[in-house]
Design a protein around this ligand. Structure first.
Ligand code: SF4
Length: 264
């Protein structure tokens, strides 16, 4: 299990050495809250920004109802990010789940059992659960995914490919939307691309496709991987470029259909 304190077991520590915290927990601003524990009372806790039922709007599962769990924390720093409120896990923003829900920087620390209980309590119960963020793979997801699957759910993740917290988890679907050369300095891990069922790349100009090609050429992909291109902001130029490329390469288009139906 990934531990957040380097050098010695977190379970053995009562005093947090702030200098030795794993860089993944710092978020883009480098700030960190005093209560940023991943393990409390020997139980793994996950940093949760929001939970809500939705219709998947992108990629292969477009149109499929899912319960979206948005995890808090992301060190990637994409300039166009539309969920910046998820970047930092500040102690002053740690609240109960009911207060964290919605689009804001508040977050709650929940165990897998608490998350499962919350989802099971909802009147809407999609078969699929989607872990997203933030960057969900900055947290160790093995236990959570295992518990959700025991309860009968199928579990998917959307990740930037820059962290490995999903490597030990038995996901039914791994979608990597690779974020290359971002200000946070996080590299896209070849192993992340190699494990992906779906690689979904946001494209604005030809250089973005060339960057993806360079990364894919260095990796052994799954035989059944689906590669899709998503035109940034549905701009005319980007859409035309994506159409031409997916026809030529035999890839797929991904459109942000949730925006058509005004869903977040
Ligand atoms: S990886 Fe996702 S959440 Fe993180 S900065 Fe990029 S778009 Fe935002």
């Amino acid at each position: 299990m990934l531990l957040w304190i380097k050098g010695k077991s977190k379970l053995e520590n009562d005093n947090v050495d702030m200098e030795n915290l794993h860089p993944d927990v710092r978020g883009r601003s480098g700030r960190i809250g005093p209560n940023h524990w991943q393990i409390r009372n020997n139980v793994m806790h996950y940093n949760v920004n929001d939970i809500y039922p939705c219709i998947q709007g992108e990629g292969v599962h477009t149109g499929v109802p899912m319960t979206l769990i948005r995890l808090q924390g992301c060190a990637v720093g994409c300039p166009w990010c539309d969920t910046r409120e998820t970047w930092d896990c500040l102690g002053e923003n740690k609240v109960a789940l009911t207060e964290a829900m919605g689009t804001n920087a508040k977050w709650a620390g929940l165990s897998a059992e608490e998350l499962l209980a919350h989802i099971s309590d909802q009147s809407q119960r999609p078969h699929w659960i989607l872990l997203t963020g933030g960057e969900p793979a900055e947290q160790d997801l093995g236990l959570l995914v295992s518990r959700l699957k025991q309860a009968g759910y199928k579990v998917a993740i959307e990740t930037s490919g820059t962290s490995a917290g999903h490597f030990e988890a038995d996901f039914d679907w791994v979608c990597v939307s690779p974020k290359f050369d971002m200000p946070g300095g996080r590299e896209v891990l070849p192993d992340c691309l190699g494990r992906a069922h779906e690689i979904k790349h946001v494209v604005g100009k030809p250089a973005h496709i060339e960057r993806l090609d360079r990364a894919l050429n260095k990796v052994r992909l799954r035989d059944d991987v689906t590669i899709s291109l998503q035109p940034v902001s549905l701009s005319k130029k980007a859409t035309e470029l994506c159409i031409e490329t997916v026809i030529r390469k035999g890839w797929r288009m991904s459109l942000q259909t949730h925006k058509f139906i005004r869903q977040r």
